[in-house]
Design a protein around this ligand. Sequence first.
Ligand code: UD1
Length: 422
Amino acid sequence: MKDLFKVSGGARLQGAVKVDGAKNSVLKLMAAALLAEGSTTLTNCPEILDVPLMQKVLEGLGCSVVIDGTTVTIDTPAVPSSDADFDAVRQFRASVCVLGPLTARCGKARVALPGGDAIGSRPLDMHQSGLEKLGATTHIEHGAVVTEAAELVGANIKLDFPSVGATENILTAAVLAKGTTVLDNAAREPEIVDLCSMLLEMGADISGAGTSTITINGVDKLSPTNHEVIGDRIVAGTWAYAAVMTQGDITVSGIAPRHLHLPLSKLRSAGADIETYENGFRVRMNERPKSVDYQTLPFPGFPTDLQPMAIGLSAIADGTAVITENVFESRFRFVDEMLRLGADAQVDGHHVVIRGQEKLSSTDVWSSDIRAGAGLVLSAFCADEQTTVHDVFHIDRGYPHFVENLQALGATIERGQEETNQ
Ligand code: UD1
């Protein structure tokens, strides 16, 4: 039976909320534990569905994994299995991050590929060509990506686009390669910096994390470590948008505000009053927000994962906004659901033009991915009556305790179940 959320319009969200560790960090850190024999502990892990899914992936590779609340302990054997071609791997895209560690540890890997993704095609060409530069052969066979490498040797690699996933797989292979790798046009996301911090704690030799050029001197062996996952900037950003959209007042902790520099400055332009602290921020809004234009770009640009929130806000803002999606081609599927809520939006290629309205109109809407789902819930707060958001399993993959957090902030939102099994 699938879950749904019933969301009442008209909320003004107020109070304090703490964000947990980042989904887009913890999954990669769990995979990085494959690089060292022994027991690695990760703290501040989010309690979301993707973590037990990754647990299954690692267990399938021979690790033993214990999840105890927000702490995950991974025991990696001397020789993990190189074959990640089983159901758990196919269930979520992020499992491809075991490719780099397995190629480095086992000299070969077979990682099943998931099916199509609602936010657009997600090829692996840059992951493959990066590993090939390090001396591996790679090919796609029976729905899996297969690598083989007698030995990995450092190389100069320049990415065509600063892909987060390709940067991670190249990093986690290069740390155990012979010699020096220089990775140019690398992704600069805070989650990349977090992965590099953990690899450094494990004994890797890396410099330049957080810049476009990362230099990795390969080492013979890495050791297990204890590492605290960084806060989830996308969840924190979602709370910031929730405050502005509902003309509320939310204090968010557990996040470095510099990881949200651009989203917070966009919200200031929309009229919000924002104070930042060392480990959080407060967003207050006392009037209808003003429309602001956006274009999504790799970090430090505006994150594509907050694009649905930007569209939600623009739908009820004063004025017209143009939003340009530069990272994922099909992310505007979400706009169809916003039209159902009465938004005045027109898609033209990778742009959407939105004329803001005072209120949206409640109806049934369907989440197509994690962030689209959250964007729909925030928009439902700005609708006249009760909105039903379906397919909320997507939201559960990325937002720990979403309903409970919203209720604590004063929202009227209930989890329910579909009447028939859809
Ligand atoms: C990660 C995040 C996702 C976020 C995205 C961009 C995880 C689990 N997911 O996804 O939430 O939206 O970063 O910040 O961390 N591309 C290629 N060839 C490749 C690799 C990527 O063409 O080999 C393209 C993709 O199709 C996409 C763009 O590059 O258009 C960005 O993708 P990438 O940065 O790799 O995103 P992910 O790592 O998949």
